[in-house]
Design a protein around this ligand. Sequence first.
Ligand SMILES: N[C@@H](CCC[C@H](N)C(=O)O)C(=O)O
Length: 285
Amino acid sequence: MRVRFTKMQGAGNDFVVLDETRAPLKLGPAQYRWLADRHFGVGADQILSVRPSPAPGIDFEYVIHNADGGEVEHCGNGARCFVRFVRERGLTDKDTIRVRTVNQLLELRMLPDGRVTVDMGLPEFDLARVPFDSTGLAPHPEPGWERWALPVAGHAPLLAVLSMGNPHAVLEVDAVDEAPVASLGPLVETHPAFPRKVNVGFMQVLSRAAIRLRVWERGAGETLACGTGACAAVVAGIRLGRLDDRVDVHTRGGVLTIEWAGPGHSVLMTGPATTVFEGEVEIPQ
Ligand SMILES: N[C@@H](CCC[C@H](N)C(=O)O)C(=O)O
């Protein structure tokens, strides 16, 4: 099957974007995996499929697959790339775009400088909805919240657990460059306490308005940036009393600005989104 695609990136988190606004491509998990493969396919952390409006008042629908072929709920950097994609292809000329994902309705705004602001919705702290099974684990209470010591490979990292529409665990480290992202990340990702697995953020607090962050992503491994991971880390840092309500998140691929006014408020994420190239490939069946 021959497919046209656009390669995009947001703070170094990279995507193959597919235009399904005229006709569905009907790809399966093996085909998504091939598109994401950096050796045999195009190469990407996630595949974004842009589909037509599913209902009045909503401009588009978009579907996200991780590099491992699994469908996921949310992708912050992908949402910004999605906006540039529909604008650059002339699919809309709106500055504010409403899009439905598998479990959310998002509002995205194109800024005059080319960056995009995404209303990422409300963070979810109900553990059952993350989902996180705390059976047998004792909470470590903190002023305003709690963290959880998760037994993994002889360690017990203290995790803040929440959902941004997708599941996140955030742990604080002294120096993010030395953090055990590739060794601890997959162990936490697949721990039975997270029945749908989890994205794992390693956060170094620089000041009340700046953090450094690396994320081991569920279904993709470490990426240069994770938008929902940046939101989860900042929300966790605010609830734990370490951060103010507007924070610059320094990732290995760029800076994302996250704002959260507290419970009951949506998280706002602002950052870059860039088209890298367009192409056409024959996907093996
Ligand atoms: N890179 C994304 C997150 C993509 C989905 C994630 N790996 C998951 O499985 O939930 C972002 O920018 O948020």
